[in-house]
Design a protein. Structure first.
Length: 276
């Protein structure tokens, strides 16, 4: 695996995160590089290629205080975003995403008669399992947190009557678009309430965050923030439906289906790219 591989870059970042979690966010470049058995110049280069800022600056983005500052300064007004068409078909923020939701009737059939193709892929945030119907990506899970088998089972169990076909070649252009900022179609498969929550998540611009309570208010169920949290946790399309941008009201990260270190890495990665 070459230094140019996004998967390699994320592996380096993941190892750095483990060290930072254990020893605090104030380690020098030399100490971090030595702990990962890399030269400072090599480590700095990999960091710059992946995130675009220095390791020191990136550590600042990883702190709880940064999440709280995001919440205070870059909180999305979801109601306005939804009303002005930031979600749904058309351009979404810095990604070209179009999406279509499965009808409630089709959802109730559990995927009966539906062919879902899947494959294993590298990504900027670790190895991923991606699934798609003829209408677009319907599932994306990171495979290193609980293992590939667990990731596959977690996605497949949502559509018990569907036919699953391993066919990574059929998904190649979709996956390249998903991680390369090019046109990508999504096929949202979930209960009506879940679809509403995921629609609200799609309205959160890169570099911004919101709270579970704000999402509940935006979809017209202000007292259902706990149910919103459950729906956020059941998001089947990681990263593209940005559940990592949902925080607790106090600025805490809350949960994340694919691991809190990855959630922090995504928020830091986006902050570095938007200059926040």
């Amino acid at each position: 695996m070459t230094d140019q591989s996004p998967a390699y870059h994320y592996q380096v970042i993941a190892r750095a995160l483990q060290i930072i979690d254990a020893e605090g966010p104030c380690l020098s470049l030399e100490i971090l590089a030595a702990r990962m058995q890399m030269s400072p110049s090599h480590f700095q280069r990999v960091f710059s290629q992946w995130v675009g800022v220095s390791p020191k600056r990136y550590q600042q983005y990883l702190t709880l205080g940064h999440a709280r500052r995001l919440l205070a300064e870059r909180r999305t007004l979801l109601g306005t975003a939804l009303e002005t068409g930031l979600s749904g078909t058309g351009r979404l923020h810095d990604l070209f995403l179009t999406w279509e939701a499965m009808s409630p009737g089709d959802y109730a059939k559990g995927g009966e008669g539906l062919e879902i193709r899947w494959g294993r892929f590298g990504s900027p945030f670790g190895p991923a399992v991606v699934m798609a119907t003829g209408r677009g990506i319907c599932g994306m899970a990171f495979a290193d947190e609980g293992g590939e088998e667990a990731a596959l089972k977690d996605l497949a169990v949502r559509w018990p009557r569907a036919t699953f076909i391993e066919d990574p070649a059929a998904l190649g252009s979709l996956v390249e678009g998903a991680f390369g900022g090019r046109a990508t179609a999504l096929h949202l498969i979930g209960a009506p309430f879940q679809i509403k929550v995921w629609e609200a998540l799609l309205a959160i611009p890169t570099g911004h965050v919101t709270t579970y309570a704000d999402i509940a208010g935006a979809i017209g169920h202000p007292s259902s923030y706990r149910a919103v949290g459950t729906a956020v946790g059941r998001n089947p399309i990681s990263f593209l439906i940005p559940c990592h941008r949902a925080l607790r009201r106090d600025g805490g990260l809350g949960g994340y289906h694919w691991g809190l270190p990855r959630k922090r890495a995504m928020l830091a990665w986006e902050s570095a790219r938007t200059g926040l």
